[in-house]
Design a protein around this ligand. Structure first.
Ligand SMILES: *[C@@H]1O[C@H](CO)[C@@H](O)[C@H](O)[C@H]1NC(C)=O
Ligand SMILES: *[C@@H]1O[C@H](CO)[C@@H](O)[C@H](O)[C@H]1NC(C)=O
Length: 429
């Protein structure tokens, strides 16, 4: 995740549950997330039990290159304050850098989140259990009044803190404004790959399908259906939505959502992978992850992909260059490239085919796996997953390859869909 370059927001196994008491938060901490949302100070928020779920749509900012992150503004707290949050379908854990007080926070775009007094989620709360399950932590309760979490990402960034209860203000497409109770991480100790660089975001919005995710929490209150979608533009920006009102009624390719091990990654099933006409493997575990800027291939597909690309390029006027540190593998042309359109003719499309027999295809044209850097070189946006510590079988389809697609993660119908779209305009609902 964070940081330019190889941004990857796949939560990895966390070995130790680190427990720390936070004095300023722990006074008389007996609050649980109410079974029913407390009626917020301001209307409207009716009886949740009879709601027809609605949807909320958010503009997305950022890009793959040079920022390496797509994020949205979330309004949290009472009164609500804005925070920039990384839109991450690759993990369940939502957190904000937090003044608990903060032990290690970086420079963030907004004032540090101030957790409300006496709103710690206790360890025995089911959401605490869910957070520990999602982060592969042991559910131990050394401090029963609080729920300690730690989440680590494949780029070696991490956040450690406690779960707190607060509210998320949403403008729904049915015209209502609601404040939904949410539990999320107050992160008082963060590690980043480049700690000296200011962050573009205040935290991460976890949109996985585990119970701890914001998506699951909001759908359990009946505010939205358990569906999330995004449309990330190659020009930068785009939008994402919660709920199913903005799912295009036609024109999408669907594949059943498959579970990979005990992870909460979104996978449209095992895939075969073809470059041009050459197979790079079959039955490959593939996940879609908006929290990862680039795409990562597993050990064998990455090796086969690289040798195929290098073989194809040996007859082309492109030469490998090491004077560009943007990404591990870059090429120079006879003159600097202005845009990715100048280089796509030298590369072939990748095709992922999901499912057995019933072929749901996802095409990844060269513009969805290459970037052109400020120096005018073309660089490969598909990286070596094994090198960053991903399981060597796992293939992670990140933002670069999801650009200009509307991608739907439907946890109601247990399916994942995608289709080409113009992501530059917010959709009408
Ligand atoms: C919009 O949806 C929300 C969430 O289900 C509900 O609470 C609210 O009453 C709805 N508003 C209208 C105007 O239907
Ligand atoms: C990918 O990374 C792994 C682990 O560092 C390494 O063993 C492997 O050779 C790399 N693959 C290629 C094609 O460079």
């Amino acid at each position: 995740m964070r940081g330019k370059g190889a941004a990857l927001l796949v939560a990895l196994l966390v070995v130790a549950a680190v427990l720390a008491a936070i004095p300023s938060c722990s006074a008389a901490a007996t609050t649980t997330l109410p079974k029913k949302p407390k009626p917020p100070a301001s209307p409207p928020s009716a009886d949740t039990s009879r709601r027809t779920p609605s949807s909320a749509v958010f503009p997305v900012y950022g890009d793959v290159y040079p920022h390496g992150i797509y994020y949205a503004t979330m309004n949290i707290g009472n009164p609500p304050k804005p925070y920039f949050m990384d839109v991450d379908t690759g993990s369940d854990i939502t957190w904000l850098q937090c003044d608990a007080p903060c032990q290690r926070c970086s420079k963030v775009p907004h004032p540090l989140y101030q957790p409300p007094k006496n709103r710690l989620i206790p360890c025995e709360n089911p959401l605490c259990y869910a957070v520990h399950a999602s982060t592969h932590q042991k559910h131990t309760c050394e401090s029963p009044n609080q729920c300690d979490y730690e989440v680590q990402y494949a780029d070696h960034g991490s956040s450690m803190g406690v779960l707190v209860a607060d509210t998320l203000a949403l403008s729904l497409v049915n015209g209502s404004a609601v404040r939904a109770p949410i539990a999320f991480g107050c992160g008082y100790d963060q590690l980043f790959r480049k700690p000296e660089e200011p962050m573009l975001t205040d935290g991460v919005l976890g949109l996985g399908f585990g119970k701890a995710s914001i998506l699951s929490q909001l759908s359990s209150w009946g505010v939205i259906r358990n569906v999330v979608g995004h449309c990330l533009s190659s020009k930068g920006g785009g939008y994402f939505f919660l709920g199913d009102d903005l799912v295009p009624p036609s024109g999408l390719t669907w594949s059943p959502k498959l579970r990979i091990g005990d992870s909460n990654y979104y996978s449209p099933g095992p895939a075969s992978l073809v470059l041009g006409s050459q197979s790079l493997g079959s039955k490959l575990p593939v996940v879609l992850d908006s929290g990862s800027s680039y795409t990562y291939f597993g050990f064998q597909p990455y090796q086969d992909f690289l040798s195929a690309i290098k073989r194809d390029l040996s007859r082309q006027p492109l030469t490998e260059t090491s004077d560009d540190k943007s990404l591990p593998l870059c090429w120079k042309g006879p003159k600097p490239f202005k845009s990715v359109l100048d280089v796509i003719k030298y590369f072939k499309p990748l095709i992922l085919s999901f499912g057995n027999g019933r072929k749901a295809r996802m095409e990844i044209p060269p513009e969805n796996y290459l970037i052109v850097t400020k120096k005018g070189n073309a660089c490969l946006g598909i990286l070596n997953g094994t090198e960053v510590g991903l399981h060597q079988e796992l293939n992670v389809i990140g933002d670069i390859s999801l650009q200009d697609l509307v991608v739907i993660y439907d946890n109601e119908k247990q399916q994942i869909g995608w289709g080409r779209a113009n992501c530059d305009r917010l959709p009408k609902s």
